[in-house]
Ligand binder design. Structure first.
Ligand code: SF4
Length: 360
């Protein structure tokens, strides 16, 4: 049995639309970037190809592995060739330059509606709202078919393991929305043909950009972070680290790990200095949250607890004694009794953000 894989690839395609539409230096960057294909990516491509073959009846359910199974079943719930869905539809927009292969497409002539679905096999959630890959697919399909539907139903099918969300998410839009998007395509391609590797624009859709490991923008941002210099880029401005590291080369990961000790020491020193001067912009002096401690000596506390009905035992912590008392007398009485027997020491000074986000 053969999985179905797309045969054509265009330089400006649907899966990279979020990058080249938003970053002029994308083309110059990916042209020199090493090709990275992680094991996770290979598995994703394989599961995608198997799911496509499955909806075409080329695989038996029983023959699928667990990871192939949940993608294939979710995809087959929406994409039914018996109802007119086509899969792996090649649509060229600009000859030899721009185009895409649509995972699943159905044109409903009666309702003049295009249904266009993309199958995702990764764990990083993607949604159809204003999704540039789906919108690009819609424009490419219009070029191929010569039809300009009035309505569009755009779907992302993504069966993420251990996730409560439904596998299929839908966004509906009209022709005007698609045409507004269409107007962005050629100018973005033209800008990419002219721009250099320095004209990149870091943005939330950098995602799994093939050029990320070699991207001047990301290299610069990493350099700022690892050197501890605050030159315009804050750590918080960087993309999610879990996403970023997946696209780094082993050499880059090694360089980051090598500076860990230095960066940690820098944080400790900054906190110490900020504490000693009573805070710095964005951070104030707060206190750790102290825990209640017994007011009396060990013997006196044990005696007092025994009087209250808590049996003898090696002296427990105040929360544990409170729990035993609550079982006997209810929560309120237990809280009052423990409050009489304990005191709350002062917290140790620590540096906290003004917003209080980091307070316990
Ligand atoms: S990773 Fe770099 S080259 Fe790729 S889209 Fe983002 S900014 Fe552009």
């Amino acid at each position: 049995m053969t999985p179905i894989v797309p045969t054509r690839h265009w330089r400006f395609g649907g899966s990279t639309a979020g990058q080249w539409l938003n970053c002029d230096g994308w083309l110059a960057t990916v042209l020199v970037a090493p090709k990275i294909e992680t094991q996770e990516m290979k598995e994703g491509t394989h599961n995608h190809a198997v799911a496509q073959a499955f909806v075409l009846g080329k695989y038996d359910l029983a023959a699928l592995s667990p990871s192939e199974y949940h993608h294939a079943v979710a995809w087959a719930e929406l994409v039914k060739p018996s109802e007119g869905w086509e899969v792996e539809v090649e649509c060229e927009l600009i000859e030899g330059v721009a185009g895409t292969t649509l995972d699943g497409v159905l044109y409903d002539e009666m309702l003049d509606t295009l249904h266009l679905a993309d199958l995702k096999t990764g764990d990083m959630r993607v949604f159809p709202f204003q999704n540039e890959q789906l919108l690009f697919g819609a424009v490419a399909w219009m070029k191929k078919s010569g039809i300009r539907p009035q309505r569009f139903q755009l779907y992302i099918v993504q069966a993420v393991a251990n996730d409560d969300q439904p596998a299929t998410h839908i966004w509906g839009c009209d022709l005007a929305t698609v045409e507004t998007f269409e107007a962005r395509i050629r100018p973005a391609i033209d800008r990419n043909h002219k721009a250099t590797r320095w004209e990149v624009n870091l943005h939330p859709k950098c995602g799994f950009c093939q050029g990320r490991a070699d991207c001047k923008g990301h290299q610069g941002a990493l350099q700022y972070v690892t050197s501890g210099a605050a030159v315009g880029v804050m750590i918080a401005d960087l993309p999610d680290p879990a996403r970023t590291v997946k696209t780094l080369t082993p050499e880059q990961i090694g360089k980051i790990l090598a500076v860990k000790k230095h960066v940690e020491a820098m944080f400790r020193s900054c906190e110490k200095l900020a504490l000693s001067i009573g805070g710095v912009p964005g951070f104030k002096v707060g206190a750790t949250k102290p825990r209640a401690v017994w007011k009396l000596s060990e013997e006196e506390t044990e005696a007092a607890l025994q009087e209250l009905g808590v049996p003898p035992f090696e002296l427990r912590s105040p929360p544990s004694a409170k729990k035993s008392l609550a079982e006997l007398y209810g929560k309120k009485k237990a809280a009052d009794a423990i409050a009489r027997l304990t005191l709350i020491p002062e917290g140790t000074p620590k540096i906290v953000s003004d917003s209080g986000d980091d307070e316990e």
